[in-house]
Design a binder for this molecule. Structure first.
Ligand SMILES: Cc1cc2nc3c(=O)[nH]c(=O)nc-3n(C[C@H](O)[C@H](O)[C@H](O)COP(=O)(O)O)c2cc1C
Length: 199
């Protein structure tokens, strides 16, 4: 039998999970061991047919500068082709990673046989990200899943070892919140979103 959990603490953890953005980070580094625990917990997400479709790339230290250079360059090449380059966006992509302690690039990698539908692999990776979010919350660490910038550009995939069948799904930014900053959550009632069928 499974050992009982402290349910009220688990409920509090789930409700307290928040997205905390780079402008709200203190600059203090998150210990690598905590990031490793987040990644370890990620793998316990549900995965149909055990394909384990997640792939994570962790950037920290000099790696954050490299990510900034890489993503601003990818953006520039794409935007120039589309004739809508913005210097402001370029600089944001170059500099924003430097505000974080770590950034985890989130990807979905298809298995060779395409064993389960693509949507299920994306769903599974999202569950893995939620595990990381909750682990970060338990340690009092801020994080947020950003899906802007180069996330959905085909040209960004290669550098992450992704093929055309795989997907880059965004970036999980991590940082210690400034002065104990932890925002209140906001949700509507579940009343209109849940229907019980009992008889
Ligand atoms: C798949 C996904 C992509 C997201 N992308 C962004 C994003 O690009 N920019 C952003 O500010 N927030 C992004 N978020 C975070 C949401 O803004 C955030 O979850 C929402 O405001 C609710 O706040 P909470 O997470 O604190 O409950 C994303 C969340 C998810 C699940």
């Amino acid at each position: 039998m499974i050992k009982p959990f402290d349910i009220s603490e688990i409920n509090r953890l789930i409700k307290s999970r928040r997205s905390i953005f780079p402008a709200q980070y203190s600059g203090e580094k998150v210990p690598d061991e905590i990031v490793e625990q987040m990644l370890e917990n990620a793998k316990w997400a549900p995965t149909h047919k055990h394909t384990e479709p997640w792939q994570f790339t962790v950037f920290t230290g000099e790696g954050l500068r490299k990510l900034g250079e890489f993503q601003s360059q990818i953006y520039k090449e794409h935007a120039e082709k589309q004739d809508n380059f913005s210097e402001e966006k370029f600089l944001t992509l170059q500099n924003k990673p430097l505000q974080a302690s770590h950034i985890i690039a989130i990807a979905m990698k298809r298995d060779e046989k395409g064993t389960v539908p693509e949507i299920e692999e994306i769903e599974s990776v999202a569950c893995a990200v939620q595990n990381m979010y909750l682990t970060a919350t338990a340690y009092g660490i801020g994080c947020y899943w950003g899906s802007g910038g180069i996330t959905y550009l085909e040209s960004a995939k290669e550098s992450f070892g992704l093929s055309s069948k795989d997907k880059l799904l965004g970036f999980l930014y991590l940082g210690m919140p400034k002065d104990g900053f932890w925002p209140e959550g906001k949700r509507t009632s579940m009343e209109d979103k849940v229907h019980w069928v009992k008889d």
